[in-house]
Ligand binder design. Structure first.
Ligand SMILES: *[C@@H]1O[C@H](CO)[C@@H](O)[C@H](O)[C@H]1NC(C)=O
Ligand SMILES: *[C@@H]1O[C@H](CO)[C@@H](O)[C@H](O)[C@H]1NC(C)=O
Ligand SMILES: *[C@@H]1O[C@H](CO)[C@@H](O)[C@H](O)[C@H]1NC(C)=O
Length: 620
C-alpha cells in the first residue's frame, strides 16, 4: 500500500513538469531566466553596498588574479593574456597621469580604431577614475569637433593612423586648451604630444584604488555617441551600474566561461564595447578582436580562432547570407549569436546555411532604460516579457498616430495603452530602477526623449521612438522606428545618418531626411528638406560632392527641398510623413526643389524631369 502511494506520488511529480510544459511551452526557459535575473539582482545589490563601488574594473582585476595567463585578447597574429592587459593598462595610466595631469572625474576623449590598445587605454582611464568618451573614428572636421565638445573633455588620445584628422581640427582644440596625445613614439607637430614612448617608459605596477575612491554606481563612466532620433550625435551617459547591466547580457544569452567571442563591431558603440568586451570581462572569456567587419573573412576567422560566440547588429548576418555558398559553411564551432536587429527571414536563412546556432535577440537603446531579451530563441522576436520584468519595470505600448506622428490621447489628454497583439510606441517609466541618464551637456535633447503626463499627471517616461508589438505569449516584435528608416534598392537607409552627413556641408543649417514613393519603383527614394543658413544660398555642387563622397549611392538623397522653417511634430521631431506624401512634384510644391543629376550636381527640378521620372524615361 505504502509502496503504491509512494509510486503514485513519484509519477505525479514526474509528470508535473510535463503538465507545466503543456500549459506554457516556455516554462523551463522562463524559469531559467527567472533564476538568472534574480542572481543578477542579488549581485547588483551587493555591489551597491560596497564602498567604493564594485565596478567592472574590479571584476577585471579579479579575473586577472584568478586566471592571469588566460588569453584575453587575440588580435591579428598577436595575443594578450589578462595579466598582460592589466600591466599595459597600468603603464598607460601612469603615463597619462604624469603627462596628462589627469585626476578622478576628468573626461578623456578616445579617438581610436578597433585595436587592443583601445581596451587597455579604457582600463587605464578607469583606474584613474576618469570618464572615457568614445569618438567614432570615421568622423572628421566639424562633426569631430562637435562630438568632442559634447563631453567637455580636457584631453584627446588619438590613434597614430588618425593623425591627419587630428591635425585638421588642432587649431580649434588648442584654442580650447585641450591636451592632444597621439599613440606614436614621436611627434613633430607642435601641440600634439607623443604618448607611446611615455607608455613604454612607465612602470607596470598596480595603481592605488584610492585614485578612484569617490566613484559610485551612478558616476558617469563612459560617453557613447548615439544619433538618438534626430540631429547630430549625442553623448549618452553610461554610468557604472549601466555597464554592469549590459555586461550581464552575455550570461543571459548563455555565454559560458570557456567561450571565445568574436568582436568586430566598432568599440565606440555599445554593442561592440559594452555587450562584447565588457560582457567578456564579466565572464572572463577570450575576445577575438577585429578591426572591422568583413563578410568574406568572417568564417575563416571563426575557424582560425575557434570562435564559439558571435555578435551581430542589423544587417550583418544578412551580409553573411549574401556571400557565395561554400562547402565548409557549417564547418565552425560557433554555437551562439547575440545582438539586435536580425530580420525573421534572414534568421531562418542563416540557420539553414550555417548550421545550428542559437540566436539570442536583445532589444534596448544605448541610452534606454528598459530592454528585452528573446531568451527562448523564438524566430523573429526581439524579446520576451517576463513576470519579474513586469514587476520591476513599468513600461507600455501606447497608441500612436503615424500620420500625425504623435501619440493618440484620450478625452482627458492621456495616452492609451494598445490591446495585446497591436502595435504601439514603446515607453518605459523613468525611476530608481530604470533611470535615464540622458545626454551629456544636452538638456534639450535629453528632454526630447522624455514624455510627461503619459497615464497620470506628473508621471515621466522614456520615449524609445520604436513601435513594437507584444503577442499573447509575451513575445515582443519590432515593427518600426518612427520616421527613422526607409528602404531603397533593398537597403535600409537610416535617415539620421544621412541628415548628419548633410549637416556637415557649410550652407546647411538643418536637415530632415525621408523617403518618397516613385511610380514603378519598390520602396522609397531619399529626399531631404533643408534649411539653409542665413545669408547663404543652397550650394548644389558642395552638397553633391559631399553626398557622393560620404554616402553609398542608395542613401544619397535624390531630391532636395528647401524650406524656410523646419516644421516640427508635437513631440519636437521634424515632420516627415506629410513631407513624404507631398513628394517631389514641382507643380504642387512651391518650395525650391532640386534633383541630383548623375555625374553633375543638384540641379533645379523641372516639370520635364518630373514627367520623365513618372513615364520611366529616367530610371532612378
Ligand atoms: C573624494 O571626495 C572627497 C570628499 O568629497 C575629497 O576630499 C577628495 O579629494 C576626493 N578624492 C578624489 C581623488 O577626488
Ligand atoms: C583550435 O582548436 C584546435 C582543436 O581543438 C586546436 O588544435 C587549435 O590549436 C585551436 N586554435 C587556437 C587558435 O586556439
Ligand atoms: C556616371 O559616371 C559613371 C562612371 O564615370 C558612368 O559609369 C555612368 O554611366 C555615368 N552616369 C551617367 C548618368 O552619365
Amino acid at each position: 500500500m505504502i509502496a503504491y502511494i509512494l509510486y503514485t506520488a513519484l509519477t505525479g511529480l514526474a509528470i508535473l513538469p510535463l503538465l507545466l510544459y503543456f500549459r506554457n511551452p516556455y516554462f523551463f526557459q522562463d524559469l531559467q531566466y527567472t533564476i538568472f535575473a534574480l542572481k543578477i539582482a542579488v549581485r547588483l545589490s551587493k555591489f551597491k553596498k560596497q564602498t567604493p563601488y564594485y565596478c567592472l574594473l574590479d571584476r577585471f582585476l579579479e579575473q586577472v588574479a584568478r586566471q592571469p595567463h588566460k588569453k584575453f585578447i587575440l588580435f591579428e597574429e598577436s595575443s594578450y593574456t589578462y595579466s598582460q592587459v592589466d600591466k599595459e593598462s597600468n603603464k598607460v595610466a601612469r603615463a597619462l597621469s604624469t603627462h596628462g595631469h589627469l585626476k578622478e572625474g576628468d573626461t578623456v576623449a578616445l579617438f581610436l580604431g578597433n585595436e587592443p590598445q583601445f581596451v587597455w587605454i579604457w582600463l587605464a582611464l578607469t583606474k584613474l577614475g576618469c570618464i572615457s568618451s568614445f569618438l567614432n573614428y570615421n568622423i572628421r572636421s566639424k562633426s569631430l569637433l562637435h562630438c568632442f565638445s559634447c563631453c567637455e573633455a580636457k584631453v584627446l588620445v588619438a590613434g597614430a593612423d588618425l593623425r591627419d584628422a587630428v591635425e585638421e581640427v588642432l587649431p580649434t582644440l588648442r584654442q580650447q586648451g585641450v591636451r592632444v596625445f597621439i599613440l606614436s613614439k614621436d611627434s613633430n607637430v607642435e601641440g600634439i604630444e607623443s604618448l607611446s614612448d611615455q607608455i613604454q617608459q612607465a612602470s607596470d605596477q598596480p595603481l592605488s584604488p584610492q585614485l578612484r575612491a569617490n566613484i559610485t554606481r551612478k558616476s558617469p563612466a563612459l560617453y557613447i555617441y548615439t544619433s538618438g532620433t534626430t540631429g547630430l550625435p549625442k553623448a549618452a551617459v553610461i554610468n557604472n551600474e549601466k555597464i554592469w547591466r549590459i555586461s550581464f547580457l552575455q550570461s543571459i544569452a548563455g555565454v559560458r566561461s570557456d567561450d571565445i567571442i568574436y568582436v568586430y563591431l566598432p568599440l565606440y558603440h555599445s554593442a561592440g564595447f559594452l555587450m562584447g568586451v565588457c560582457g567578456a570581462i564579466e565572464k572572463g572569456i577570450t575576445v577575438v578582436l577585429k578591426r572591422k567587419f568583413s563578410a568574406s573573412n568572417f568564417w575563416n576567422d571563426c575557424r582560425k580562432y575557434n570562435v564559439t560566440v558571435i555578435q551581430y547588429i542589423g544587417e550583418t548576418l544578412h551580409y553573411l547570407c549574401n556571400t557565395p555558398k561554400r562547402d565548409n559553411d557549417k564547418d565552425h564551432k560557433v554555437r551562439l549569436a547575440f545582438g539586435n536587429g536580425i530580420r525573421a527571414d534572414i534568421w531562418a536563412d542563416f540557420l539553414q546555411r550555417f548550421g545550428d546556432i542559437h540566436i539570442c535577440e536583445c532589444y534596448g537603446a544605448t541610452e534606454g532604460n528598459v530592454g528585452f531579451v528573446n531568451y527562448c530563441g523564438k524566430v523573429g522576436a526581439i524579446g520576451k516579457e517576463h513576470f519579474l520584468h513586469k514587476m520591476s519595470f513599468k513600461y507600455a505600448l501606447i497608441r500612436y498616430d503615424t500620420e500625425k506622428e504623435e501619440p493618440v490621447k484620450d478625452s482627458r489628454g492621456f495616452c492609451i495603452e494598445v490591446p495585446k497583439g497591436e502595435t504601439g510606441l514603446f515607453v518605459a517609466k523613468i525611476g530608481e530602477r530604470a533611470p535615464f541618464s540622458g545626454y551629456a551637456k544636452n538638456a534639450q535633447q535629453t528632454e526630447r526623449k522624455k514624455m510627461r503626463d503619459v497615464f497620470v499627471k506628473g508621471d515621466l517616461y522614456f520615449n524609445s521612438g520604436d513601435l513594437l508589438r507584444i503577442d499573447n505569449e509575451g513575445f515582443v516584435f519590432f515593427q518600426d522606428r518612427i520616421g527613422d528608416t526607409f528602404r531603397w534598392k533593398g537597403e535600409n537607409v537610416a535617415t539620421t545618418e544621412v541628415a548628419d552627413n548633410l549637416l556637415m556641408v557649410d550652407c546647411v543649417e538643418e536637415a530632415n531626411v525621408y523617403g518618397v514613393k516613385v511610380p514603378g519603383h519598390e520602396g522609397r527614394i531619399g529626399m531631404a528638406a533643408l534649411k539653409i543658413k542665413e545669408n547663404m544660398d543652397f550650394d548644389g555642387k558642395a552638397v553633391y560632392q559631399h553626398v557622393k563622397s560620404y554616402l553609398p549611392s542608395y542613401a544619397q538623397p535624390r531630391f532636395i527641398r528647401i524650406q524656410d522653417v523646419m516644421v516640427l511634430t508635437g513631440t519636437f521631431k521634424p515632420m516627415k510623413v506629410k513631407l513624404a506624401e507631398e513628394g517631389f512634384d514641382p507643380g504642387v510644391i512651391s518650395d525650391p526643389l532640386f534633383y541630383l543629376e548623375e555625374n553633375k550636381s543638384y540641379v533645379p527640378m523641372t516639370q520635364e524631369i518630373f514627367s520623365s521620372i513618372g513615364e520611366g524615361k529616367i530610371r532612378l
